[in-house]
Design a protein around this ligand. Sequence first.
Ligand code: PLP
Length: 379
Amino acid sequence: MILYGQQIISEQDKEAVLDVLSSSHLTQGKMVEHFEEKLANYCSAKYSVSFTNATSALHSACLALGVTNGDIVWTSPISFVASANCAIYCGAEIDFVDVELATGNMSVDALEEKLIHAQKIGKLPKVVIPVHLAGQSCDMEKIHALSKCFGFSIVEDASHAIGGKYQNIPVGACQYSDITVFSFHPVKIITTGEGGAALTNSSQLHDKLRKLRSHGIDSNEAMRAEHGPWYYEQGMLGFNYRMTDIQAALGTSQLEQIENFIDKRHQLASQYDTLLKGSQYAPLKRQHNTISSFHLYIVQFHDWSLANKKIIVSKLRSQGIQAHVHYIPIYKQPFYQQLGFNSHYCSKAENYYQISMTLPMHPALTDKDLNIVTSALLG
Ligand SMILES: *Cc1c(COP(=O)(O)O)cnc(C)c1O
Protein backbone atom coordinates (compact mmCIF):
# COMPACT_ATOMS: atom_id res chain seq x y z
CA MET A 1 0.00 0.00 0.00
CA ILE A 2 1.25 3.50 -0.83
CA LEU A 3 0.11 5.29 2.33
CA TYR A 4 -1.13 8.87 2.32
CA GLY A 5 1.30 9.66 5.13
CA GLN A 6 3.86 7.83 7.25
CA GLN A 7 6.91 8.38 9.43
CA ILE A 8 10.56 7.80 8.61
CA ILE A 9 12.58 6.37 11.51
CA SER A 10 16.37 6.46 11.07
CA GLU A 11 19.13 4.60 12.89
CA GLN A 12 19.86 7.88 14.69
CA ASP A 13 16.25 7.95 15.96
CA LYS A 14 16.51 4.38 17.25
CA GLU A 15 19.77 5.08 19.06
CA ALA A 16 18.29 8.18 20.69
CA VAL A 17 15.37 6.14 22.03
CA LEU A 18 17.60 3.27 23.18
CA ASP A 19 19.82 5.70 25.07
CA VAL A 20 16.84 6.85 27.12
CA LEU A 21 15.72 3.27 27.73
CA SER A 22 19.15 2.55 29.21
CA SER A 23 19.07 5.64 31.43
CA SER A 24 17.50 6.16 34.84
CA HIS A 25 14.69 8.44 33.60
CA LEU A 26 11.90 7.32 31.30
CA THR A 27 9.24 9.94 31.75
CA GLN A 28 9.43 13.70 31.77
CA GLY A 29 12.97 14.77 32.55
CA LYS A 30 16.02 16.23 30.87
CA MET A 31 15.16 14.99 27.36
CA VAL A 32 11.79 16.73 27.49
CA GLU A 33 13.46 20.00 28.51
CA HIS A 34 16.02 19.56 25.77
CA PHE A 35 13.36 18.89 23.13
CA GLU A 36 11.33 21.91 24.21
CA GLU A 37 14.37 24.14 24.00
CA LYS A 38 15.29 22.89 20.51
CA LEU A 39 11.71 23.24 19.34
CA ALA A 40 11.31 26.81 20.59
CA ASN A 41 14.64 27.62 18.99
CA TYR A 42 13.72 26.08 15.65
CA CYS A 43 10.47 28.05 15.55
CA SER A 44 11.89 31.32 16.90
CA ALA A 45 9.43 31.24 19.81
CA LYS A 46 10.34 32.10 23.40
CA TYR A 47 8.74 29.08 25.05
CA SER A 48 7.61 25.60 24.13
CA VAL A 49 5.70 23.11 26.29
CA SER A 50 5.46 19.50 25.12
CA PHE A 51 2.27 17.47 25.56
CA THR A 52 0.97 13.93 25.11
CA ASN A 53 -0.53 14.98 21.75
CA ALA A 54 -1.86 18.02 19.91
CA THR A 55 -5.34 17.37 21.30
CA SER A 56 -4.19 17.82 24.92
CA ALA A 57 -2.09 20.82 23.83
CA LEU A 58 -5.17 22.42 22.22
CA HIS A 59 -7.25 21.69 25.33
CA SER A 60 -4.60 23.25 27.56
CA ALA A 61 -4.17 26.22 25.20
CA CYS A 62 -7.90 26.99 25.48
CA LEU A 63 -7.79 26.65 29.28
CA ALA A 64 -4.65 28.81 29.54
CA LEU A 65 -6.51 31.53 27.63
CA GLY A 66 -9.34 31.30 30.14
CA VAL A 67 -11.93 29.48 28.03
CA THR A 68 -14.68 28.22 30.31
CA ASN A 69 -18.43 27.54 30.52
CA GLY A 70 -20.43 29.97 28.43
CA ASP A 71 -17.49 31.19 26.32
CA ILE A 72 -17.46 30.90 22.54
CA VAL A 73 -14.62 29.48 20.42
CA TRP A 74 -14.45 29.58 16.62
CA THR A 75 -12.46 27.31 14.34
CA SER A 76 -12.38 26.06 10.77
CA PRO A 77 -14.79 23.31 9.70
CA ILE A 78 -12.12 21.87 7.36
CA SER A 79 -9.97 20.28 10.04
CA PHE A 80 -9.63 17.24 12.23
CA VAL A 81 -12.31 17.10 14.94
CA ALA A 82 -9.74 17.89 17.66
CA SER A 83 -9.69 21.57 16.56
CA ALA A 84 -13.31 21.86 17.73
CA ASN A 85 -13.42 19.26 20.52
CA CYS A 86 -10.88 21.24 22.57
CA ALA A 87 -13.46 24.01 23.11
CA ILE A 88 -16.18 21.55 24.12
CA TYR A 89 -13.82 20.02 26.73
CA CYS A 90 -13.76 23.46 28.38
CA GLY A 91 -17.55 23.72 28.44
CA ALA A 92 -17.47 26.37 25.73
CA GLU A 93 -19.68 26.73 22.69
CA ILE A 94 -18.02 26.02 19.33
CA ASP A 95 -18.80 27.72 16.04
CA PHE A 96 -17.29 27.46 12.57
CA VAL A 97 -15.93 30.12 10.22
CA ASP A 98 -16.19 29.24 6.53
CA VAL A 99 -13.06 28.56 4.46
CA GLU A 100 -11.61 29.79 1.16
CA LEU A 101 -12.39 27.21 -1.48
CA ALA A 102 -8.96 27.30 -3.13
CA THR A 103 -6.82 26.84 0.01
CA GLY A 104 -9.23 25.25 2.49
CA ASN A 105 -7.97 27.73 5.10
CA MET A 106 -10.18 29.96 7.25
CA SER A 107 -11.46 32.84 5.11
CA VAL A 108 -10.51 36.23 6.53
CA ASP A 109 -13.55 37.80 4.80
CA ALA A 110 -15.90 35.21 6.30
CA LEU A 111 -14.27 35.77 9.70
CA GLU A 112 -14.70 39.54 9.51
CA GLU A 113 -18.32 39.26 8.42
CA LYS A 114 -19.10 36.79 11.19
CA LEU A 115 -17.38 39.01 13.79
CA ILE A 116 -19.41 42.06 12.77
CA HIS A 117 -22.59 40.05 13.13
CA ALA A 118 -21.48 38.48 16.42
CA GLN A 119 -20.72 41.90 17.85
CA LYS A 120 -24.25 43.07 17.04
CA ILE A 121 -25.84 40.13 18.83
CA GLY A 122 -23.28 40.09 21.68
CA LYS A 123 -21.78 36.68 20.87
CA LEU A 124 -18.13 37.42 20.10
CA PRO A 125 -15.66 34.53 20.44
CA LYS A 126 -13.08 34.43 23.23
CA VAL A 127 -10.66 32.40 21.13
CA VAL A 128 -10.33 31.78 17.38
CA ILE A 129 -8.40 28.70 16.21
CA PRO A 130 -7.23 28.99 12.59
CA VAL A 131 -5.97 25.71 11.11
CA HIS A 132 -3.04 25.72 8.66
CA LEU A 133 -4.44 23.16 6.25
CA ALA A 134 -1.95 20.80 4.62
CA GLY A 135 0.90 22.89 6.07
CA GLN A 136 0.12 26.28 4.51
CA SER A 137 -0.36 29.08 7.03
CA CYS A 138 -3.60 31.03 7.20
CA ASP A 139 -3.35 34.77 6.65
CA MET A 140 -2.30 35.41 10.23
CA GLU A 141 -1.48 39.11 9.96
CA LYS A 142 -5.08 39.85 8.95
CA ILE A 143 -6.57 37.50 11.53
CA HIS A 144 -4.38 39.17 14.15
CA ALA A 145 -5.59 42.63 13.06
CA LEU A 146 -9.20 41.45 13.51
CA SER A 147 -8.34 40.08 16.97
CA LYS A 148 -7.29 43.60 18.00
CA CYS A 149 -10.59 45.09 16.76
CA PHE A 150 -12.84 42.44 18.25
CA GLY A 151 -10.86 41.35 21.30
CA PHE A 152 -10.28 37.63 20.89
CA SER A 153 -7.21 35.46 21.48
CA ILE A 154 -5.65 33.28 18.78
CA VAL A 155 -4.48 29.66 18.94
CA GLU A 156 -2.92 28.43 15.69
CA ASP A 157 -3.66 24.77 15.09
CA ALA A 158 -0.42 24.14 13.23
CA SER A 159 -0.62 20.35 13.56
CA HIS A 160 0.25 20.16 9.84
CA ALA A 161 2.60 23.06 9.61
CA ILE A 162 5.85 22.67 11.52
CA GLY A 163 8.59 23.47 9.00
CA GLY A 164 6.34 25.91 7.13
CA LYS A 165 6.76 29.67 7.02
CA TYR A 166 4.55 32.74 6.94
CA GLN A 167 6.10 36.03 5.79
CA ASN A 168 9.40 34.14 5.89
CA ILE A 169 9.10 33.52 9.63
CA PRO A 170 8.69 29.96 10.93
CA VAL A 171 5.19 28.82 11.82
CA GLY A 172 5.33 28.49 15.60
CA ALA A 173 7.00 31.87 16.17
CA CYS A 174 3.60 33.15 17.41
CA GLN A 175 4.22 36.44 15.63
CA TYR A 176 0.45 36.90 15.21
CA SER A 177 -0.97 34.55 17.82
CA ASP A 178 -0.99 33.78 21.53
CA ILE A 179 -0.23 30.08 21.23
CA THR A 180 0.71 27.73 18.37
CA VAL A 181 0.07 23.98 18.62
CA PHE A 182 1.92 21.19 16.78
CA SER A 183 1.18 17.48 16.48
CA PHE A 184 3.85 14.77 16.38
CA HIS A 185 1.54 11.95 15.36
CA PRO A 186 3.36 9.60 12.94
CA VAL A 187 1.60 10.94 9.82
CA LYS A 188 2.68 14.50 10.60
CA ILE A 189 5.98 16.20 9.66
CA ILE A 190 8.05 14.88 12.59
CA THR A 191 6.94 12.28 15.10
CA THR A 192 7.28 11.28 18.74
CA GLY A 193 4.82 8.36 18.37
CA GLU A 194 2.04 10.32 20.02
CA GLY A 195 2.97 13.85 20.96
CA GLY A 196 2.33 17.54 20.66
CA ALA A 197 3.54 20.93 21.78
CA ALA A 198 2.27 24.41 22.52
CA LEU A 199 4.53 27.38 21.76
CA THR A 200 4.12 30.91 23.07
CA ASN A 201 6.03 34.15 23.66
CA SER A 202 4.13 34.94 26.87
CA SER A 203 5.73 33.94 30.16
CA GLN A 204 2.29 33.86 31.84
CA LEU A 205 0.86 31.50 29.23
CA HIS A 206 4.02 29.40 29.41
CA ASP A 207 3.58 29.06 33.16
CA LYS A 208 -0.10 28.12 32.84
CA LEU A 209 0.56 25.59 30.09
CA ARG A 210 3.22 23.90 32.20
CA LYS A 211 0.92 23.67 35.19
CA LEU A 212 -2.05 22.42 33.15
CA ARG A 213 0.16 19.67 31.77
CA SER A 214 1.00 18.38 35.21
CA HIS A 215 -2.04 18.38 37.55
CA GLY A 216 -1.85 22.14 38.17
CA ILE A 217 1.17 21.48 40.36
CA ASP A 218 3.93 23.97 41.03
CA SER A 219 7.20 23.41 42.86
CA ASN A 220 10.10 25.80 43.09
CA GLU A 221 13.23 26.53 45.10
CA ALA A 222 11.55 29.10 47.35
CA MET A 223 8.76 26.68 48.32
CA ARG A 224 11.21 23.86 48.97
CA ALA A 225 13.47 26.11 51.04
CA GLU A 226 10.52 27.09 53.22
CA HIS A 227 8.74 23.73 53.60
CA GLY A 228 11.29 21.03 52.77
CA PRO A 229 12.67 19.19 49.75
CA TRP A 230 9.52 17.09 49.22
CA TYR A 231 7.23 20.08 48.89
CA TYR A 232 4.91 20.95 45.99
CA GLU A 233 1.59 22.76 45.66
CA GLN A 234 -1.45 22.15 43.49
CA GLY A 235 -2.88 25.62 42.94
CA MET A 236 -5.30 24.81 40.12
CA LEU A 237 -6.86 21.82 38.38
CA GLY A 238 -4.60 20.33 35.73
CA PHE A 239 -4.06 16.99 34.00
CA ASN A 240 -1.40 14.43 33.31
CA TYR A 241 -0.58 15.49 29.75
CA ARG A 242 3.16 14.85 30.03
CA MET A 243 5.35 13.67 27.20
CA THR A 244 7.92 11.01 28.14
CA ASP A 245 11.70 11.31 27.78
CA ILE A 246 11.51 8.38 25.35
CA GLN A 247 9.26 10.40 23.06
CA ALA A 248 11.25 13.60 23.53
CA ALA A 249 14.48 11.83 22.53
CA LEU A 250 12.78 10.65 19.35
CA GLY A 251 11.38 14.15 18.78
CA THR A 252 14.79 15.79 19.21
CA SER A 253 16.36 13.38 16.77
CA GLN A 254 13.50 13.87 14.28
CA LEU A 255 13.80 17.64 14.60
CA GLU A 256 17.46 17.37 13.57
CA GLN A 257 16.24 15.85 10.29
CA ILE A 258 13.32 18.17 9.64
CA GLU A 259 14.99 20.19 6.88
CA ASN A 260 15.56 16.99 4.89
CA PHE A 261 11.94 15.97 5.40
CA ILE A 262 10.66 19.37 4.28
CA ASP A 263 12.99 19.50 1.25
CA LYS A 264 11.82 16.06 0.16
CA ARG A 265 8.17 17.07 0.57
CA HIS A 266 8.77 20.17 -1.56
CA GLN A 267 10.49 18.09 -4.21
CA LEU A 268 7.57 15.61 -4.25
CA ALA A 269 5.05 18.45 -4.47
CA SER A 270 6.74 19.94 -7.50
CA GLN A 271 6.97 16.49 -9.13
CA TYR A 272 3.23 16.05 -8.56
CA ASP A 273 2.64 19.54 -9.98
CA THR A 274 4.49 18.57 -13.16
CA LEU A 275 2.85 15.17 -13.52
CA LEU A 276 -0.65 16.61 -13.04
CA LYS A 277 -0.13 19.74 -15.11
CA GLY A 278 -2.83 20.14 -17.75
CA SER A 279 -5.03 17.49 -16.10
CA GLN A 280 -8.32 18.24 -14.36
CA TYR A 281 -6.64 17.91 -10.97
CA ALA A 282 -5.21 21.11 -9.54
CA PRO A 283 -3.27 21.40 -6.28
CA LEU A 284 -4.46 23.72 -3.51
CA LYS A 285 -3.67 27.34 -4.27
CA ARG A 286 -0.37 28.56 -2.79
CA GLN A 287 -0.26 32.04 -1.31
CA HIS A 288 2.71 34.28 -2.10
CA ASN A 289 3.54 34.97 1.56
CA THR A 290 3.58 31.35 2.75
CA ILE A 291 5.90 28.38 2.42
CA SER A 292 4.00 25.19 3.07
CA SER A 293 5.41 22.23 4.98
CA PHE A 294 3.44 20.05 2.51
CA HIS A 295 2.06 17.78 5.19
CA LEU A 296 -0.63 16.85 2.65
CA TYR A 297 -0.86 17.08 -1.12
CA ILE A 298 -4.48 17.92 -1.80
CA VAL A 299 -5.91 18.21 -5.32
CA GLN A 300 -9.22 19.67 -6.42
CA PHE A 301 -11.32 18.59 -9.36
CA HIS A 302 -13.93 21.19 -10.08
CA ASP A 303 -16.42 18.91 -11.86
CA TRP A 304 -16.66 16.46 -9.01
CA SER A 305 -19.66 15.23 -7.11
CA LEU A 306 -19.16 13.29 -3.87
CA ALA A 307 -20.43 10.20 -5.71
CA ASN A 308 -17.67 10.50 -8.31
CA LYS A 309 -15.09 11.09 -5.65
CA LYS A 310 -16.15 7.91 -3.88
CA ILE A 311 -15.59 5.97 -7.11
CA ILE A 312 -12.16 7.48 -7.73
CA VAL A 313 -10.87 7.12 -4.16
CA SER A 314 -12.14 3.51 -4.08
CA LYS A 315 -10.49 2.77 -7.41
CA LEU A 316 -7.16 4.16 -6.20
CA ARG A 317 -7.43 2.18 -2.96
CA SER A 318 -8.14 -1.03 -4.89
CA GLN A 319 -4.85 -0.37 -6.71
CA GLY A 320 -2.93 -0.07 -3.44
CA ILE A 321 -2.96 3.73 -3.25
CA GLN A 322 -4.32 5.23 -0.05
CA ALA A 323 -6.06 8.28 -1.49
CA HIS A 324 -7.87 10.13 1.30
CA VAL A 325 -10.04 13.14 2.06
CA HIS A 326 -9.06 15.95 4.43
CA TYR A 327 -11.57 16.72 5.78
CA ILE A 328 -15.24 15.97 6.25
CA PRO A 329 -16.56 19.33 7.55
CA ILE A 330 -16.59 18.93 11.33
CA TYR A 331 -20.19 20.16 11.71
CA LYS A 332 -21.36 17.17 9.63
CA GLN A 333 -20.19 14.72 12.31
CA PRO A 334 -23.11 13.14 14.18
CA PHE A 335 -21.86 14.61 17.48
CA TYR A 336 -21.93 18.14 16.04
CA GLN A 337 -25.25 17.49 14.32
CA GLN A 338 -26.65 16.68 17.77
CA LEU A 339 -25.39 20.07 18.92
CA GLY A 340 -27.72 21.55 16.32
CA PHE A 341 -25.51 22.43 13.33
CA ASN A 342 -27.19 22.42 9.94
CA SER A 343 -25.57 19.68 7.81
CA HIS A 344 -24.70 22.27 5.13
CA TYR A 345 -23.67 24.96 7.64
CA CYS A 346 -20.76 26.48 5.64
CA SER A 347 -21.26 26.72 1.89
CA LYS A 348 -17.57 26.99 0.87
CA ALA A 349 -16.64 24.11 3.19
CA GLU A 350 -19.37 22.03 1.54
CA ASN A 351 -17.98 22.82 -1.88
CA TYR A 352 -14.40 22.19 -0.70
CA TYR A 353 -15.42 18.78 0.65
CA GLN A 354 -17.01 17.86 -2.64
CA ILE A 355 -14.03 18.69 -4.87
CA SER A 356 -10.95 17.91 -2.74
CA MET A 357 -8.94 14.71 -2.42
CA THR A 358 -5.61 13.89 -0.75
CA LEU A 359 -2.87 12.01 -2.62
CA PRO A 360 -0.04 10.18 -0.83
CA MET A 361 2.64 12.57 0.46
CA HIS A 362 5.51 11.62 2.77
CA PRO A 363 9.31 11.63 2.51
CA ALA A 364 9.59 7.87 1.94
CA LEU A 365 7.81 8.11 -1.44
CA THR A 366 9.90 7.34 -4.53
CA ASP A 367 9.64 8.61 -8.11
CA LYS A 368 8.15 5.25 -9.00
CA ASP A 369 5.45 5.66 -6.32
CA LEU A 370 4.52 9.06 -7.74
CA ASN A 371 4.25 7.64 -11.23
CA ILE A 372 2.03 4.82 -9.96
CA VAL A 373 -0.24 7.33 -8.20
CA THR A 374 -0.53 9.76 -11.08
CA SER A 375 -0.95 7.03 -13.73
CA ALA A 376 -3.73 5.45 -11.68
CA LEU A 377 -5.38 8.85 -11.25
CA LEU A 378 -5.12 9.96 -14.86
CA GLY A 379 -5.53 6.53 -16.46
C1 PLP B 1 -3.54 15.53 13.80
C2 PLP B 1 -4.31 16.76 14.09
C3 PLP B 1 -4.75 17.09 15.39
C4 PLP B 1 -4.61 16.17 16.54
O1 PLP B 1 -3.32 15.75 16.74
P1 PLP B 1 -3.00 14.62 17.83
O2 PLP B 1 -1.54 14.82 18.08
O3 PLP B 1 -3.31 13.32 17.17
O4 PLP B 1 -3.84 14.87 19.01
C5 PLP B 1 -5.38 18.30 15.57
N1 PLP B 1 -5.61 19.14 14.56
C6 PLP B 1 -5.22 18.85 13.30
C7 PLP B 1 -5.49 19.83 12.22
C8 PLP B 1 -4.59 17.63 13.02
O5 PLP B 1 -4.25 17.32 11.77
